[in-house]
Design a protein around this ligand. Structure first.
Ligand code: 4AD
Ligand code: MG
Length: 430
């Protein structure tokens, strides 16, 4: 019977065949242990010389790392194995041999691993991170579909820049100037007026010369947008969504979390509601902690975010930032016109901002004024202004950075390990 490692439990004490690669092996004079992976799971194949004969045993001892095989064997329950099973090998054929596989079980430098990202993905740790990423994507669709949201795809090639003009990748669109999307938000707003609740999910691009553990040039963002939702309710959606992601990873990725050595109590703590502090309160806290390099109107950097987050065992919302720090579309606080109805969600453990969101301006004149103040061309935003002309309603939304969320939930230090092929400053290969 041909099967996969993940389904092997259904065939206890029976003979099965799997397609697999050799991840690693150990052997003595009489017995060889093959660490087999088919991508879906890992299992140990045990080759006993007395059972398979001299020839096959000698061949088993010579299989090289990452050679591709068909392995036949009897499925045995084995408590100590993560899959719960082991394979007593009765035979195998080498489909293709792998010679001098560059990534050996010894330690390699990051640059070397990044140059071999196409192969590095096969390692146990990288597979675990990719599976958690996939689970988070799955849980995202699950959460939003359960609550009446429709997925709405926003364009990648755009004529507008929602998040400021300094970080745009410009390209030619025949004779016109175009940019790679920084955010799908403006299109999501149009979608929310059509479908009530939508979310976009796609690649976004920032030509930002940042070289930190939190920055990618190309990253994936989930951007929900909701009609008739104001500032406070927007925060409630965020904390429920993020709590759902953590619960879903805890429920479905036990093996991967174990591979990564993740402290599960950190994920168990991610439960709504999340604490909220205003920018002003955060600034006061920073001054109390001895940060005198920052004053009202300055943006928080990583050390500031980390210091604020350290105060809590859950993610924390920092709300009501100065208007001057935020994009043109954010709704002003009705009680104070120098701050906006926005929030950044800061993850614990130094992972920084994972969500940025706000209530949007729904008044036509105010939005038009802001577009002018930000020196944006009104012509480009005419369609966006139209949304405020025909049945405009209060609405809010947010953007969650997928890679920062994967890094945080997986406990992986750097976002470069959370996307299959990271685009970093000075890295477009492989
Ligand atoms: O705060 P940002 O720039 O917000 C927006 O783009 C809004 N239009 C979202 C919205 O309201 N619909 O980005 C949102 C999130 C950040 O909190 C962060 O998680 C992630 O996107 N992000 C990045 N992730 C990796 N690398 C980068 N260079 C990122 N820039 C932002
Ligand atoms: Mg932001």
């Amino acid at each position: 019977m041909k099967t996969t490692i993940s389904k092997i439990g259904a065939y206890a004490d029976q003979e099965v065949t799997i397609g697999a690669w050799l991840a690693n092996k150990r052997s003595s004079g009489k017995i060889a242990f093959l660490q087999l992976r088919d991508g879906i799971g890992f299992i140990q194949g045990v080759v006993v010389k007395a059972d398979v004969g001299e020839d096959l045993f000698a061949q088993a001892k010579n299989i090289t790392q990452e050679s591709a095989l068909y392995v036949t064997g009897t499925v045995r329950a084995e408590e100590r194995s993560p899959s719960g099973y082991e394979l007593t090998v009765t035979g195998f054929t080498v489909i293709s041999e792998s010679k001098d596989y560059p990534i050996t079980p010894k330690k390699h430098g990051t640059d070397f691993l990044m140059d071999h990202r196409h192969l590095w993905l096969r390692s146990k740790r990288q597979q675990a991170v990719m599976k958690i990423r996939d689970q988070i994507i799955h849980a995202t669709y699950e959460f939003f579909h359960e609550h009446g949201f429709s997925k709405l795809d926003s364009p990648i090639l755009t004529g507008s820049s929602p998040e400021g003009t300094s970080e745009l990748f410009a390209t030619k669109y025949f004779d016109e100037d175009a940019y790679l999307s920084q955010s799908g938000q403006l299109y999501a707003e149009a979608g929310a007026m059509a479908l009530g609740r939508v979310f976009t999910f796609g690649p976004t691009f920032r030509a930002e010369k940042s070289k930190t553990r939190r920055h990618l040039i190309e990253f994936w963002m989930i951007e929900p947008e909701m009609a008739f939702v104001e500032f406070d309710e927007n925060l409630e959606w965020q904390e429920r969504y993020v709590s759902h992601l953590a619960a879903s990873v805890l429920e479905n990725n036990q093996i991967e979390l174990k591979t990564l050595g993740r402290d599960l109590s950190k994920l168990e703590a991610i439960q709504a509601p999340f604490p909220r502090i205003t920018y002003d309160e955060a600034l006061k806290l920073l001054h109390e902690k001895g940060f005198d390099d920052i004053s009202w109107g300055d943006d928080f950097g990583s050390p500031h975010e980390t210091a604020i987050a350290e105060h809590y065992d859950k993610p924390v919302f920092i709300t009501h930032y100065p208007t001057s720090l935020k994009p043109f579309y954010m709704q002003p606080d009705p009680n104070r016109d120098d701050v906006v109805l926005c929030a950044d969600l800061i993850a614990p453990e130094g992972y920084g901002e994972v969500i940025g969101g706000s209530e949007r301006i729904h008044d036509y004149d105010l939005l038009k004024q802001r577009i002018a103040e930000h020196n944006l061309s009104e012509e480009t935003y005419e369609w966006y202004l139209d949304l405020r002309k025909y049945g405009s309603v209060p609405h809010s939304g947010f953007g969650l950075g997928l890679e920062r969320t994967v890094a945080w939930l997986s406990g992986v230090e750097h976002v470069r390990e959370t996307i299959p092929f990271p685009r970093l400053l000075n890295r477009l290969y492989p």
